[in-house]
Unconditional design. Structure first.
Ligand SMILES: *Cc1c(COP(=O)(O)O)cnc(C)c1O
Length: 408
């Protein structure tokens, strides 16, 4: 049983234009037209249907931690699939148990893990867990992004994402990100939780002032409220530490993970630290796929390679070098570089980031523009300085092109 009959997704010699045309007639139009149709990936590169190669500096939005087609992930997934692919949560599997233990060990705390298939579901589980405190008030932050399902959306800031879907789960207030005084004023003895990203990703890679998470911990503890850290984008080595909050020494109550955890295989986790691991009990929550053994081995393989290859140190090294090189360009349109490790935002003085991303794509680089004046880089954690340098070298030209196109 080989050949086309069993691989209908392998279109022979279909062009990008033909495939895009078919996409627009068959896939729901929630994302707008696709930028390219991609057919293959290897390491930090992907290829489109027309044979063009791209250096992937976005990694599927901070997802492909080990790049594309990593042999360890591939071997783990294929051998698990051949052994036992799925069992439901009526049953346990060794990979799921090992992954839960591993995540708790990396956090350095006791607790319990609920596995999901995505970031929004990890936050959804966390949201439900907060309700089990007996309180309903949630405090979130301006410009926060926590996902698109109804609960996660309720704590997401962007009014354009939320307003058409009202009513959402209520009792949510938003405070300025990074403003400890505003947080102290918003949290009271009826607050169930404060949910916050250690670095705001979709907002354009925005870091809070030093001491913010510590203050958030103090304020929430004072009122018996939970500190819920959304590390869906920042977790799993992305910032050069296992978790972005690690270096602060803050102990959160809930940590949510997803994006980079499975290096491309869909998996998320809601981790309840210490007593918070018992907020959700029998019958409180469920999932058919969450913690599936194939997804679990993908995550175990990802975590294993990050450790084996000392990628946390690598991420810090190449990430700092990247930020310094971009600053050294002293380009008049580049304001500064934000972020940590390999989660970086290049802040521009002009709102040309989307046009820079488009120009970059034409020259073989995948980046994105989370805001009109921010270019985001979130490459695979295995990216080399030499690969990053090719983008830094191209950047002044890309900005010039974007500016020219903006005025024509
Ligand atoms: C991407 C993201 C989510 C949502 O994850 P999905 O897998 O897209 O549902 C939630 N929180 C943060 C911080 C994210 O970056």
């Amino acid at each position: 049983m080989t050949g086309l009959a069993t691989t209908p997704h392998r279109d022979v010699a279909a062009t990008g234009a033909e495939l895009t045309e078919r996409y627009t007639h068959s896939v729901m139009n929630t994302f707008g037209p696709p930028q390219r149709v991609l057919v293959r990936g290897e390491g930090c590169y992907v290829w489109d249907a027309d044979g063009n190669r791209y250096l992937d500096l976005l990694a599927g939005i901070a997802v492909n931690s080990l790049g594309h087609g990593h042999p360890v992930v591939h071997a783990a997934v294929t051998s698990q699939l051949a052994t036992l692919g799925h069992v439901s949560n009526f049953f346990a599997t060794p990979p799921q148990i090992a992954l839960a233990e591993r995540l708790l060990a990396l956090l350095g705390h006791q607790g319990r893990v609920f596995f999901t298939n995505s970031g929004t579901e990890a936050n959804e589980a966390a949201f439900k867990a907060t309700r089990r405190t007996g309180r309903t008030k949630i405090v979130s932050t301006v410009n926060a992004f926590h996902g698109r399902s109804m609960g996660a959306l309720a704590v997401t800031w962007k009014p354009a994402y939320r307003e058409t879907f009202a009513p959402l789960p209520g009792d949510v207030t938003f405070v300025e990100y990074g403003d400890a005084a505003a947080l102290a004023a918003a949290v009271d003895d009826e607050t169930a939780a404060f949910v916050v990203e250690p670095i705001q990703g979709e907002a354009g890679v925005v870091e809070p002032p030093p001491g913010y998470l510590r203050a958030a911990r103090d304020i929430t503890s004072r009122h018996g409220a939970l500190l819920w850290l959304d590390e869906v984008q920042t977790g799993v080595g992305r910032t050069g530490a296992w978790f972005a909050h690690t270096e602060t020494g803050v102990v959160p109550d809930i940590v949510t993970l997803a994006k980079g955890l499975g290096s491309g295989f869909p998996i998320g986790a809601c981790i309840g630290v210490d007593a918070s691991g018992a907020l959700l009990g029998p019958g409180d929550h469920g999932t058919t796929f969450g913690g599936n053994p194939v997804a679990s081995v993908a995550a175990l393989a990802t975590l294993g390679v990050i450790k084996r290859d000392d990628l946390l140190a690598h991420v810090r090294r190449v990430g700092d070098r990247l930020a310094a090189q971009v600053a050294d360009l002293r380009h008049p349109v580049i304001n500064h570089v934000r972020g940590r490790g390999l989660l970086r935002g290049i802040a521009l003085y002009e709102p040309v980031a989307a046009r820079v991303a488009t120009a970059a794509l034409r020259q073989g680089f995948i980046v994105n523009a989370p805001t009109p004046s921010t270019i985001r880089l979130a490459p695979p954690l295995i990216v080399t300085s030499a690969q990053l340098d090719t983008f830094v070298d191209a950047l002044p030209d890309l900005i010039d092109i974007a500016q020219r196109e903006g005025t024509s």
